[in-house]
Design a protein. Structure first.
Length: 202
């Protein structure tokens, strides 16, 4: 029986990405293109609130193209990640847990650019919440030049070893371009799943 949360309209896209630009220009180019693509579709951007690395690049591109941009950043990271001072809305929270919960609440879907541990952890939590039926929002890994391919292979391995059921494995969507990622979010339909927890229990 499907007792999951109802679908959420795609009005704002949350982007998880690194506070570093990475070593290759292709990552910055993808972040810039994603920000522009979000604006071109009349959507808003939600992200981690920083002004450095891919975070700053995607935010600046979205702002320059006319999209409303909401940043969510913990007080402790405000200086380290150089909180963006020109956003439509910058929300300062007390903890990382509050940051992730607020970003998830504000967005109708998620796109994952290249990043490190923090980016991976954010994506994994969203996928886990989907698996548990807490929300019905799509998440797409933007696989720039194969960046996420080893992780996607790991997901397949988890499924092959019996740790991810096929419908759960399908929650991790992959796209190679910003346009394809946004198309995937717009067309995402969560598989039926039993809700184990409510948002208040996370």
């Amino acid at each position: 029986m499907d007792v999951s949360a109802p679908p959420t309209p795609l009005r704002r896209v949350c982007v998880f990405c690194g506070a570093s630009p990475g070593l290759r220009p292709i990552y910055a180019e993808a972040a810039r293109a994603l920000g522009q693509a979000i604006a071109a579709r009349g959507l808003g951007l939600v992200y981690g609130g920083g002004h450095v690395g891919l975070m700053g690049i995607v935010a600046d591109a979205a702002l320059a193209a006319g999209a409303p941009v909401t940043g969510v950043i913990p007080e402790a990271l405000l200086r380290r990640e150089v909180g963006h001072g020109a956003l439509t809305d910058l929300r300062v929270v007390a903890t990382m847990h509050e940051r992730k919960a607020m970003m998830a609440d504000l967005a109708g879907g998620f796109i994952v650019l290249p990043g490190g541990f923090g980016t991976l952890e954010e994506a994994a939590e969203i996928l886990t919440w989907s698996q548990l039926g807490i929300h019905r929002k799509g998440l797409v890994f933007l696989d720039i030049d194969g960046f996420w391919s080893p992780l996607i292979h790991m997901f397949d391995h988890m499924g092959g070893e019996g740790f991810l059921r096929p419908h759960v494995r399908e929650l991790a969507v992959v796209a190679e371009t910003p346009e394809a990622a946004l198309d995937a979010l717009a067309g995402f339909a969560a598989p039926p799943t039993e809700s184990w927890l409510t948002p208040a229990q996370t």
